[in-house]
Ligand binder design. Sequence first.
Ligand code: HEC
Ligand code: HEC
Length: 486
Amino acid sequence: MSRTIPDIPSEPVHPKNWRPHPAKKMLMTPLMATVGAMMAFLTVVFMVVILPTTTFEPAPSDNWRPLNDLEMEGRNVFLANGCIYCHSGFTRPQDAYASQYYVYGRVSEPGDYEGDGETPNLFGTIRTGPDLSQSGGFHPDDWHYAHYTNARYTTPFSIMPSFSFLTPDEITALIAFTQSRGGKLADLRDAHQATMKMIEIASGDVAASGENGDRSDGYPAASAVKNMMLIERGYWFADNPLPVTQQNLVRGREVFQERCVGCHGSQGDGNGPAGFYMNPSPPGFDVADDQQHGSDTSPGAYYWRILRGVPGSAMENFGTRLSVDDIWKVVLFLKTIPNGGLTAEVPTPDMYIRWEGYPGLYDWANCFFPESMQPQIGDLWASAPANIGDVPGIVGEGEMNPVYAVTLWEINNNARPCGTAGFEQTTLPDILQEANGRSDGFALQGTDQTPFIPASMQHSDTLPPSLLPQVWDQTNPLAAPDSGNR
Ligand code: HEC
Ligand code: HEC
């Protein structure tokens, strides 16, 4: 028995109307390659571009707010001038505690990038300069005026180009944009800067008018009181922990020349080129009497203000850029300036002026120290007792910041806070109690912290001409932007 093997057709059988498949045509022809490549490419585009943009719509973060018109203009100036080539606009986790905004560390979230003001986003990829996503409120406006005119005015070794060719309107817009970086938290910082600037200037005016001037009546001036209240009290009369050696002084001078001369002047007289833009202006360090007796010129007081900066003024915090050692060394050096520390070939220990304070300062300070620690006249505190400095650092909502309270109280009462005729023994708790009960515009802590200084204390037109009107026009930085660009 044999089976019949059917004939194998020489060509495969195809359904009707299908053209026979030519076996040899499964070759990688140019057309095949192109179609395949397009399919692979479109799949990637779909997954990476189309899917995310159509399905990922994060809600605005709690910190987000729209940009107003001026800030949008500033954004255009930012784009047009290539700022993005050096400055990124998002904080990565590893940046949050490492950058100079460490005090305001905040990792960027998708919800921070909503609306026209963030589209297209300004992430950038290059960090030649610092990331700017949290830069709002870090410096006050006057610092930015100087810095945008010429970055080396404020930062002598900066490699950021000068933008002095921008018009004043463009610079104003650019500053508004810079101050908006960081959303609502930046607005709060900005409000604090604005409050402190007004208090700075108001307290400086009282001193300038000869009332309660520094030591003229034996007590610290309102401006010095403001400075003292900003400092941890353990540092008020702290001595320099480093010895006065030539080596330390030479390093201190180096730091001063690298970082400080743009504002405080190459002669240490406060006449650096950036000073022109600033209110309050940078002080000089060239008066021997001030270095020896000034209310707020002890080594500890200097140290603290270099470490943390002076809010409301252009004095920046150098805590992330200078080592503790370098700060104490520059503090040593400052006290040689009246005796030629800057002009001599090298500063020498015999130029050093020891700080002594004066009796009225200690009387004043006694109001703010627990009794057991009342400082003795002439004492320099090499190390502060552990429980000193109990001014509350964080103020509850609706409460008065003690720095504002004491300074405004001093300005308002134009007198010493304690121990003088006509005033009963007034202490910090007394002042706070009075301040917290007031309703006439003393600055209260909280999100609707609007009015800053009572009208009676506000400025007239007798202000120094260097005052930048823009600073004062910001009456309420927390108000909703006039037009929302979403
Ligand atoms: C060539 C790079 C470069 C360019 C371009 C540049 N910057 Fe800078 N920027 C820097 C560097 C470096 C620093 C840090 C030193 C300093 O403070 O000047 C800096 C600092 C800053 C700061 C201060 C940051 C801080 O908190 O201290 C701001 C704000 C700023 N730049 C904004 C701008 C703007 C706005 C533009 C465009 C108009 C711009 N930068 C263009 C390099 C650059
Ligand atoms: C961008 C400008 C600027 C730079 C840079 C700057 N300062 Fe200042 N500094 C100021 C201003 C403005 C004040 C006034 C603050 C006030 O009104 O309380 C000040 C105040 C001070 C004070 C308090 C002095 C006093 O008697 O009130 C010290 C100390 C000081 N600066 C040291 C330094 C040192 C050291 C450096 C460099 C590491 C430096 N500053 C860099 C602007 C600057």
